[in-house]
Design a protein around this ligand. Structure first.
Ligand SMILES: Nc1ncnc2c1ncn2[C@@H]1O[C@H](COP(=O)(O)OP(=O)(O)O)[C@@H](O)[C@H]1O
Ligand SMILES: [Mg+2]
Length: 328
């Protein structure tokens, strides 16, 4: 393991993107303000995805007011597992993943037993905006609990790993697999303590990992190697992510996807301000790639053509595949 800062410095020479550049040159430039609600509200994202024929975890119900908390029982119905989350949450905060029932109570995926009253109280906190961006009133959504594909068993601890792909104007530029740990409580968010693992865009093979700002080779809980794992349906994930541009209209997004044991690839959410740690996990700067895509867009514009999802994926796989690159 070696220091985060040292790694970041070394990457600077290789086109690392900092937060100011991300905001000015990508988020502000490519993401129209009026379109933000589509990605900032998970209920709206879901509606859009369904309309576009893209699979998402099934929505069981929405609670918008204190009065509607009475409907919780009815929404959950006879189900033993489900997920409650704030529609406008971020970073995994406020998400409860219920895996089972236990003597009139519920058991979360990390083994905590909670009562129905505690769940109601949690929903009420969501409504007041405790977890929402900007702290304003929010809605709670109750949805299908994703059961991760068996492939992740050896390299994941509880919870659901997710695949994050950053997409610029419909072109995937960088990918990362995020693995929950004992510390992250079943969630795949890096600042909850999940591991980020780089993924080769061409093949879907995992690269090295980062955990709590360190470079790692093994999962801390399972001790299995996190690199060299072949992710299934890789081209499917790439196309799914690329197609999210048409779905939301935002030019610079992070697409979060999961692989359900039965339902296959699903879109979990879209982010208008995707984090920058993906660069550490891939040992590669984002600007190297975003500049290449911007050059491609210029070239296509001059020729008066645009590319399909398949063409865009083929382009980036050819350009950015087969890392790690030459050491700088
Ligand atoms: N339906 C679900 N089933 C199981 N786990 C989930 C579900 N939704 C979210 N999670 C877990 O919580 C994490 C964060 O969920 P996400 O919807 O991306 O919200 P956030 O905006 O807070 O990141 C996911 O990466 C996943 O590990
Ligand atoms: Mg997320």
């Amino acid at each position: 393991m070696f220091g985060f800062w040292k790694t970041w410095k070394a990457l600077e020479a290789r086109g690392i993107m900092g937060i100011n550049r991300r905001n000015a040159d990508y988020v502000l430039k490519y993401n129209k303000r009026s379109l933000y609600p589509i990605v900032d509200d998970k209920i709206i994202t879901k509606e859009r995805a369904i309309a576009a024929g893209i699979h998402v975890p099934q929505l069981y119900g929405v609670i918008s007011t204190e009065k509607e908390i009475d409907k919780l029982d009815e929404i959950i119905g006879g189900r033993n597992d489900f997920v409650i989350k704030p529609a406008q949450g971020a970073g995994g905060d406020g998400i409860i993943v219920i895996a089972d029932r236990f003597e009139g109570r519920y058991r979360t995926v990390s083994g905590k037993i909670i009562s129905h009253e505690e769940i109601e109280h949690h929903v009420s906190s969501i409504l007041t905006g405790l977890y929402s961006l900007g702290g304003h009133r929010d809605r709670a959504l109750i949805e299908y609990r994703v059961i991760p594909d068996q492939i992740f068993k050896s390299i994941s601890y509880e919870g659901v790993p997710d695949i994050r792909i950053i997409v610029l104007m419909g072109y995937p530029v960088m990918a990362m697999l995020r693995l929950p740990t004992r510390q992250s409580g079943g969630k795949a968010n890096l600042h909850q303590g999940a591991i980020g693992v780089g993924v080769d865009l061409a093949t879907g093979l995992t690269l090295r990992g980062t955990w709590l700002n360190n470079i790692i080779a093994k999962h801390p809980d399972t001790t299995n190697a996190v690199d060299g794992v072949q992710l299934p349906y890789w081209d499917g994930f790439m196309k799914l992510a690329a197609g999210c541009y048409e779905l939301c209209g935002l030019g610079y997004i992070g697409v979060d996807m999961v692989l359900d044991q039965e339902k296959g690839p699903l879109i979990l959410e879209l982010n208008a301000r995707p984090g920058l740690n993906i660069q550490i996990a891939n040992d590669c700067g984002l600007t190297l790639r975003t500049h290449a895509v911007e050059a491609r867009l210029e070239e296509l514009k001059a020729r008066g053509v645009t590319e399909t999802v398949e063409e865009r994926v083929a382009f980036v796989q050819e350009m950015f595949g087969h890392i790690p690159q030459v050491e700088g």
